[in-house]
Ligand binder design. Structure first.
Ligand SMILES: Cc1cc2nc3c(=O)[nH]c(=O)nc-3n(C[C@H](O)[C@H](O)[C@H](O)COP(=O)(O)O)c2cc1C
Length: 419
């Protein structure tokens, strides 16, 4: 065997974060979607969170307490525990209210929404909701007409205005035989919504963030294109981390088959020109623009309507023309108050090229990564980056793409600046 022995990729330590360390109270109420609640308990537990389940009296008619306690790995709390003398001074609704980092009510009935608006405490869950200072996420699920009823929509509006988080129900086939809005979203979606509600950082509340992610495809005939191996994971991690912090996020996404994009406005594009149009038409209303897409610098000069066939010659010449440099165009149009964050995937002269990119394109930050490094760059779940600021600052991070995205936002929002 010849050549250098292959080095194992660096192992990034999986640190406990705010995401996998949460204490969740899950309130389950008496809607038909309660049959999905055991799956939600499982999803919460699997992420490393602790879950205390509180089941309403009517909720017990829809889902088995034994299934819930088995999946939660602990006893659950029922209405009969509420006005019981068994717990002495450890009053369940107060101790659970204080223990929780976040309270999730899923599914949430029209009845529980109405009771919460009125501040009713007859149920253990109702009193707990009155007593807690933790963020609360309601996940309404019901018949389409119950949801559209003025009383319910007004209750949802009031709860939102009081600062509660409410998940928009899905549309589709409903258990009652109707079709329409009212379904409980999947556990994956509820998990993300729970993280958003629980996120301790809220600096991007009310801000508009645009993120580009993924590759572009530059077609030369109906079946062939020029592209690159970008998977869009780093950009989606940036979008997700901004969304957790309260931002409204628009994700302009190249052709990748990523799922779990709930919560974002997703604009699908294929070519660099389409990405440019999508970004420029939305740029004006954005406060933060993250250019994480791997946009093709060149496209074929000519598109051939018919599939290119083999010819007698051994070689085929394809002329390329340059695409518009989207980041540079944004840099020229940037207004006061807009923050432009670029990515520089480099294979050589990383720092020199990244610093030049900041200057030439009028960026505020550039996130540079060496695509030849092991366990970093295209396709990997981990990344190792250096964040350079227009003010000359420089920070280095390595970890999962989610962790790196958190650190990039900490840097952009000023938290990582040495004091
Ligand atoms: C079969 C059946 C299914 C029901 N499904 C729902 C539902 O999906 N959503 C809802 O808001 N209410 C539903 N209800 C009505 C609630 O069970 C009722 O309002 C109950 O009092 C809710 O109490 P709770 O919110 O304290 O658990 C259903 C009732 C029945 C009989």
């Amino acid at each position: 065997m010849s050549g250098r022995a292959k080095q194992p990729p660096p192992q990034f330590l999986q640190m406990p974060t705010w995401k996998n360390n949460l204490k969740i109270v899950l309130g389950i109420t008496g809607g038909i979607a309660a049959y999905k609640a055991p799956e939600l308990v499982r999803a919460f537990v699997k992420t490393g969170c602790e879950v205390e389940v509180v089941l309403t009296e009517d909720g017990e008619r829809f889902v088995s307490p034994m299934a819930l306690s088995t999946l939660a790995g602990r006893r659950i709390w029922r209405q009969r525990d509420f006005l019981s003398d068994e717990y002495g001074w450890r009053i369940p609704h107060i101790s659970l209210a204080d223990w929780a980092d976040v309270v999730v009510v899923a599914p949430c009935t029209a009845e529980t929404l109405a009771n919460t608006v009125q501040g009713r405490g007859k149920e253990l869950l109702g009193s707990l909701l009155l007593a807690t200072r933790a963020p609360v996420l309601f996940c309404p699920a019901m018949n389409v007409n119950m949801l559209a009823n003025t009383a319910t929509s007004e209750n949802i509006r009031i709860l939102k205005s009081r600062g509660y988080a409410i998940v928009d129900p899905d549309s589709g086939d409903l258990a009652c035989g109707y079709e329409g809005k009212g379904r409980l979203p999947s556990p994956v979606v509820l998990l993300e919504e729970m993280w958003r509600a629980a996120c301790p950082k809220k600096e991007l509340q009310g801000k508009h963030v645009l993120v580009t992610a993924g590759p572009t495809w530059e077609y030369l005939d109906p079946v062939r294109f020029l592209s690159n191996p970008s998977t869009g994971k780093m950009g989606v991690a940036m979008a997700r981390a901004a969304w957790y912090r309260g931002a409204s996020v628009t994700l302009v996404l190249g052709p990748v088959s990523l799922t779990n994009l709930s919560g974002f406005e997703v604009v699908r594009v294929v070519s660099a020109e389409e990405m440019k149009e999508a970004v420029l038409s939305r740029f004006g209303e954005m406060e933060y623009i993250v250019k994480a897409a791997a946009v093709g610098d060149y496209r074929p000069a000519f598109y051939t309507e018919e599939k290119i066939k083999r010819s007698g010659s051994d070689t085929l010449r394809i002329d390329l023309i340059q695409n518009t440099d989207i980041a540079a165009t944004l840099g020229e149009r940037k207004k006061i108050g807009q923050v432009l964050i670029g990515f520089a995937a480099e294979s050589h002269d990383l720092l020199k090229n990244a610093s030049e990119k900041i200057r030439k394109k009028n960026l505020d930050f550039v996130v540079a990564n060496d695509i030849t490094a092991p366990a970093a760059g295209f396709g990997a779940d981990t990344n190792a980056v250096r964040i350079l600021g227009a003010d000359g600052s420089s920070m280095e991070y390595a970890g999962t793409k989610e962790d790196v995205a958190e650190e990039i936002w900490n840097t952009v929002l000023g938290e990582n600046r040495p004091s």
